[in-house]
Design a protein around this ligand. Structure first.
Ligand SMILES: NC(=O)c1ccc[n+]([C@@H]2O[C@H](COP(=O)([O-])OP(=O)(O)OC[C@H]3O[C@@H](n4cnc5c(N)ncnc54)[C@H](O)[C@@H]3O)[C@@H](O)[C@H]2O)c1
Length: 491
């Protein structure tokens, strides 16, 4: 018996082998002139969360290289008709017959995720691009059904969600399911080369990492009271909060998780963050505690739960710091970038956003072009070597793993990166130094019953009579449990 005899057969080999076996079995002893054994090795896809990124992810899934195709979209789920219609129209126009989602396979409602996934068979892929609060609910179902998954970042909004994802992923790993997480920068060739060079010591010992995400208010991060928004005044409270998901901590982890996770995660990566055991984070290179400041400014009538500024100091076990700066205020200095300072120089990346990373390394601690010692984008023999789109790369990598049964599971890493965000945000919201364990073992999860959510409610967070939601009040977020032990809440 080969040493790989217990592993999943590679999907193409399986289809080839089972096609041959069926043909041989059915045709034994029968003389037929010519038989065409039509074998369909299409990977079917269900999209759950047909919004902006969901439409983009499905487009990437349908655009994988010929070597990794064919792929087909067969089911969609959302909780809004308008989102469903616009996503279905746009994908159909772009991909024609690869979008095979008739009205009866377009599901609207909170149980739509199950119905959409029920159209898939083992080896197919479920895409989760709803607000992240729902990830653990969907992931649990997909794992039980034996489906491969692509889920967008962040994958959790609090420690409760992180534990749920890690728990389900134990089974996903036993089943050898392939799981991609939309931290696409991890698939960027420029960042990969840079991480390798840093691991090889080209920047010496890393002492400080810095990440910046500073711009005006983004997406649904600022919200007015529902009754003041004519278009949504009569919408059920639950769907109002989903529509404005960056405003609500239960749904997204706030603008903090949704927007800051990329640069925070890539800095942890450059520092060499290993998967390791989340219950024993000192054994890994993820940060072990965070302290932070943040504030709300010029709020006017905005009622969302976000702070508008965040400055977080993450502490790694060896004393290295990661300093993250986030701001959503117009009229200020804007910056989107990541930096790694080592004893032998400086690395910069993401200076113009996610793609291209324009990763570079310098002698000294300033990005002085005369001192540049490496840059990914470069002219070699008259040809410009530049990066490919990491949003597409992550899909080709996932399909390659499915087609060729390569180990591929990013769920633990996605959960750890999300948890680093949860810890930093919690430090800012409570005003306390928050350890990994405190952030993981929260006493009062934001929304532990999302698997039972219904249109009738109740909504996971409730507004007061003026339509205002509870907000973080740093310094006032300590509470006592029944045993008299102190614990922290974010609002
Ligand atoms: N990797 C990236 O760079 C990137 C970029 C954009 C968005 N994202 C992520 O993608 C996710 C979605 O963001 P978006 O900008 O597309 O938001 P969006 O609001 O455009 O899309 C979310 C969709 O999910 C639907 N939905 C919500 N709850 C649902 C449920 N329970 N069942 C089914 N459908 C549900 C919504 O109605 C909406 O259509 C977020 O986690 C976001 O962080 C990642």
């Amino acid at each position: 018996m080969s040493k790989n005899a217990d592993s999943n057969p590679n999907r193409r080999d399986f289809i080839k082998a089972s096609g041959k076996a069926t043909a041989a079995g059915a045709l034994a002893g029968v003389a037929l002139p010519h038989v065409h054994a039509a074998v369909d090795d299409t990977v079917n896809i269900a999209l759950i969360g047909a919004g902006g990124r969901g439409t983009g992810a499905a487009h990437n899934a349908l655009s994988v290289s010929a070597a990794n195709g064919p792929t087909k979209l067969v089911a969609m789920a959302d909780v809004f008709e308008d989102k469903m219609a616009s996503s279905h129209n746009s994908l159909s126009k772009r991909h024609g017959k690869k979008v095979d989602v008739p009205a009866e396979r377009r599901y609207i409602g909170f149980d739509g995720y199950q119905k959409a996934m029920d159209n898939l068979k083992e080896g197919d892929i479920a895409i989760f691009t709803t607000p992240p609060g729902f990830r653990w609910v969907f992931f649990d179902y997909a794992v039980r059904r034996g489906l491969n998954v692509f889920m967008e970042k962040p994958v959790t909004a609090d420690g409760f969600g992180t534990k749920k994802i890690l728990e389900s992923n134990k089974i996903a790993k036993q089943k050898k399911l392939k799981v991609g997480v939309g931290l696409m920068c991890r698939h960027s060739k420029a960042r990969r080369e840079m991480a390798g060079r840093i691991a090889d010591g080209e920047l010496g010992e890393l002492l400080l990492l810095r990440s910046y995400r500073m711009h005006g208010p983004v997406a649904s991060a600022r919200s007015l009271p529902q009754k003041e928004v004519a278009q949504y005044r009569d919408l059920e409270e639950v769907r109002w909060q989903i529509r404005r998901f960056h405003s609500f901590l239960w749904a997204s982890g706030g603008a903090f998780n949704d927007y800051y996770i990329h640069t925070i995660d890539e800095c942890c990566w450059m520092k060499g963050a290993q998967l390791g055991d989340p219950e024993n984070v000192k054994q890994t290179s993820w940060p072990i505690y965070a302290q932070a400041t943040g504030g709300r400014h010029y709020r006017g009538n905005y009622v969302d739960q976000n702070l508008d500024t965040y400055s977080v100091e993450y502490h790694f076990a060896d004393g290295t710091k990661l300093w993250h700066n986030g701001r959503t205020i117009n009229g200020c200095h804007n910056e989107f970038a990541s930096y790694a300072h080592g004893t032998k120089g400086l690395g910069i990346f993401s200076i113009n956003g996610h793609w291209p990373a324009d990763a570079q390394m310098f002698r000294g601690q300033t990005p002085n072009p005369a001192q540049r010692k490496w840059r990914f984008n470069k002219v070699v023999n008259g040809t410009l070597i530049k990066e490919t789109d990491p949003y597409q790369d992550e899909w080709d990598d996932l399909l390659d793993a499915i087609r060729n049964d390569k180990p591929y599971n990013e769920a633990d890493r996605g959960a750890m990166a999300s948890q680093v965000c949860n810890m930093g945000r919690m430090a800012a919201h409570t005003g306390m130094r928050i350890t990994w364990d405190q952030a993981l073992d929260i006493k009062e999860p934001f929304s532990p019953n999302l698997d039972k959510l219904s249109l009738k409610g109740p909504a996971p967070v409730v507004a007061d009579k003026d339509g205002k939601y509870p907000v973080p009040n740093p310094g006032q977020m300590a509470f006592k449990d029944a045993k008299g032990d102190t614990y922290y809440k974010e609002y």
